[in-house]
Write a protein that binds this ligand. Structure first.
Ligand code: AMP
Length: 485
């Protein structure tokens, strides 16, 4: 078994790894680190949870440390592009932790926070910048950032960039980068357009492909409950009241849906918070901090907001609504059963969602054990109470739902205006801090809510038996999911 000490990484990096208790590289790290250390371009097919961040962060820091030189003013030596603020923060936190004994600087650049601190952080030059494309374009337009000093360019979660309409800004950013640079490109899936982009950006790349460990999916106890759309809320409250639910993520398709479900749960006495692209940076950070601190039992999130959230010990994932794309199902349930733990994923399916379910079962090559809670009188009664607690939402057929609902409105506006998110000038939305040059961890300002209460009462009668279904064990048919399908 390869150890980190076998890879030739600089001593201060090994020390930082030891601080974190990491001794063995994950498969993608073992494959990618030697390639990146040699300065080669890399195409990585991997998703969050495989250890891909360290797979690029460690050899990048090694290269920067081996060849120390000051970054140009307003410039940076390494640029990492991330589709979301949360992922950008997480990547930057990883870099900071691994750079703890190196004295290299790391900064984040993303929207939803003030420009001033970001400009100040960039002014003297930074070693590593982790940015979302829109805000970086703004800084380039304002000349508060320059790309002339970039030696290493990383594009993370490229498929998500495509979904968010970032391909045009990425091409613009890439066109301003020095020709002589190293490129690293990561994506969980390789749709045609992403393959094309990779072809344009990468020079003679080595490629590494890691399918999510089957064991992760095998450790997830998946089940599905058929239920009427209007009765999903009391069903969710009932399930959340179960003692086995310690910390859960509830996925909705839309931002409004996330708010409504969170509001209902709070009214039903279950501590919850919602997180999505319309929330301010401060709100997102507070919700995440409260969730991490265990003050919030259910975090209601849209797919994009949940991307990159790396919270351990999530006992349950609830798919309140099934995702429009089957790959998102795998990303969602992968939020649980991390770090060798078990996890439970329960999906709700109303009649209109059956075609989505079919797509998911086809893509994951499995049949999810199901339970039928339709025509459940207790749930019907609870649904009537639910309507009083928080008015019922207007149900939207998922097949007619606008996928753009998942795009943060800030981006949507930009896209509409610029036909591709070019983002010319700054809007300065306010919010706190962010983007400051920093060493060390800087994990969330604790702004927890702690309203008390906490246990849901499970208003509807239990009924329906064990909703979790049989434990999926060793002889499970085929749950391996290959993102390259
Ligand atoms: P990522 O895929 O980069 O989001 O990483 C998933 C999780 O695995 C993060 O919490 C990392 O800190 C953790 N991790 C990364 N590399 C290792 C390793 N070699 N050993 C143990 N944990 C790791």
């Amino acid at each position: 078994m390869t150890q980190f000490t076998d890879l030739g990484l600089a001593k201060p990096i090994l020390k930082a790894l030891a601080d974190k208790g990491y001794t063995q590289p994950t498969p993608i790290q073992a494959q990618a680190i030697p390639i990146v250390m040699k300065g080669r371009d890399l195409l990585g097919i991997a998703q969050t949870g495989t250890g891909k961040t360290a797979a690029f962060a460690l050899p990048i820091l090694h290269r920067l440390a081996e060849d120390r030189r000051p970054a140009p003013r307003r410039g940076f030596r390494c640029l990492v592009l991330s589709p979301t603020r949360e992922l950008a923060t997480q990547i930057a936190d990883n870099f900071k932790a691994y750079a703890a004994h190196l004295g290299l600087s790391v900064a984040t650049i993303f929207g939803g926070v003030k420009y001033g601190p970001q400009m100040r952080a960039l002014a003297a030059g930074v070693d590593v910048v982790v940015a979302t494309p829109g805000r970086l374009m703004d800084h380039l337009g304002e000349k508060s950032a320059t790309l002339g000093g970039v030696e290493i360019f990383v594009l993370d979660e490229a498929d998500q960039m495509l979904d968010l309409g970032f391909v045009v800004p990425i091409r613009k950013i890439a066109s301003q980068l020095p020709k002589d640079r190293q490129n690293l490109f990561f994506s969980a899936t390789m749709p045609g357009e992403i393959g094309k982009l990779a072809g344009e950006l990468l020079k003679n790349p080595a490629s590494v492909s890691i399918t999510p460990q089957a064991t992760t999916v095998e450790r997830i106890d998946q089940s599905l409950i058929y239920v009427e759309a209007q009765r999903k809320r009391p069903l969710l409250a009932e399930l959340l009241a179960d003692k086995s639910v310690e910390r859960s993520i509830v996925f909705t398709r839309t931002k409004r849906g996330a708010d409504r479900v969170a509001k209902y749960l709070t009214a039903a006495g279950i501590e919850s918070a919602s997180i999505h692209g319309d929330k301010t940076q401060g709100q997102r950070e507070r919700a995440l901090a409260a969730f991490k601190a265990g003050e919030v039992k259910a975090l209601v999130a849209t797919d994009i907001a949940a991307r990159g959230i790396d919270v351990n010990d999530i006992s349950h994932v609830f798919n309140y609504e099934l995702p429009n794309v089957p790959e998102a199902y795998v990303h969602r349930i992968g939020r649980t059963a991390r770090k060798g733990k078990d996890g439970v994923a329960i999906s709700f399916c109303c009649d209109d969602e059956r075609s989505l379910l079919k797509d998911i079962e086809k893509a994951t090559r499995q049949k999810i054990p199901s339970f039928d809670r339709r025509n459940d009188k207790a749930l019907a009664a609870a649904a009537a109470v639910a309507d009083k607690l928080a008015p019922a939402e207007k149900y939207v057929d998922p097949r007619k739902a606008d996928p753009r609902n998942n795009v943060p409105s800030e981006l949507r506006r930009k896209r509409n205006r610029n036909g591709g998110g070019q983002g010319k000038s700054a809007q300065g939305k306010g919010g706190q801090g962010g983007g400051q040059q920093a060493q060390g961890r800087g994990e969330g300002r604790n702004g927890g809510r702690g309203k008390g209460g906490g246990q849901g009462q499970g208003k509807a009668a239990a009924g329906g038996g064990d909703f979790r279904g049989p434990k999926r064990g060793v002889q499970q048919v085929e749950t391996r999911w290959s993102p390259i399908d």
